[in-house]
Design a protein around this ligand. Sequence first.
Ligand code: PMP
Length: 438
Amino acid sequence: MVRTAGPQLTEAIRDSQQRFVFPCCAPYYREPLVLVRGSGVFVEDAEGRRYLDAFSGILTTSVGHCHPDVVERVRAQVGTLGHTSTLYLTEPIVEAARRLSGIAPGRLTKCYFTNSGTEALETAIMTARMYTGRTEIIALRHAYHGRTHLATEVTAQAGWRPLASQIAGIKHARAPYCYRSEYAGRCDDEAADAFARDIEEVILTTTNGQPAAFLAETILGVGGYVVPPPGYFQRAAEIIRRYGGVFICDEVQAGFGRTGTKWFGIEHWDVEPDIMFTAKGIANGFPVGATIATPEIADAWHGKTISTFGGNPVAMTAVVATLDVMSREDTPARSAARGIQLRRGLDALAQQYPWIGDVRGMGLMQAMEIVEDPETKTPDAQRAKAVLEAAKAEGLLVGLAGLFGNVVRIAPSMLITQDETAEVVERLGKACQAAHLP
Ligand code: PMP
């Protein structure tokens, strides 16, 4: 392979990707971007072009690329003790667990570490089933929870479910998606009540009435940053508990201050989950999944289990270092402040372009849903893709989402500055202008 930077390196990497990597591992863009380094909110490609990264590796580089504190501590740990397995105790794993339980809501104090959000989900569902002695799970339509056999079946978007259903005991309730419902324009208490009542209806009409759990992302991420109406989760938690099940909350995208003012998204609804899981932003890019439960639920796990890499000292050091930076910099407060600024910019763009049908999100987790016409709301995936490509040409990285691929996601590092946020809005404005032209 050619090693020097430049177009040849770009071509060599694209060529190897096509020859040696599963095609389902598909990169963004007509001409996939080859990245070679990153710092803060910026990344650089193999030809020396710099991009403002407003998608942060899918909401993962929570405190910016190569944050010096995280790099330094990880580097030191790699050179001291790189791997042990959980057959031995290390300080990083217990410290990561202690720190996480310190910020997790309510009585969530016991952690199990894995390597991804998907594994964290699997752990959550298995734990709920063992604790309740039941099997049926109610998830939400439009949800995304991961890529394994079980995770794709609790996921509820056809495109992310490559196989026909084969696992019994999974049911889906209506997504609290106000924009695409009769509650459009009024995401209110009545909407919350109607969406929550559907959970009860699903329990009563599609299960034996004894569900193990209700599972939900606090903000539907891959679903397109769908924010449930106020009061929804209070009702949902009450319903699942009334039927003897537990509430599992997926904070893979919404955790660690991302939604502003709170450490975890669910805290905005004043609900304490029974089991919560997270990943992505927890370790600023190191592969970590974490499942957190109340002691009695965690204690219910029976039988042997082990994750060779889960709780790896290097990954756990990255967790502790990232949590240190997030606490010191107060990511919940920063997301709230920069989120208001970003949202103001997106709302202004929506005033300008009628094809921005909806702007929604919380904190630094904001999205624009692109439609052909604001009345019909016909999804316009082509224009969303055009925005993505045009943003790249402006030196800005954003993401796509939504059942129809028509939602543009913006979620930069939570340490983004005021000037950098203004730059995101300006470049996105230019991208919208370019995508507006026929
Ligand atoms: N839950 C949510 C809400 C996610 O967004 C994702 C990843 N996009 C997952 C779970 C799965 O995480 P991972 O890709 O780390 O397995």
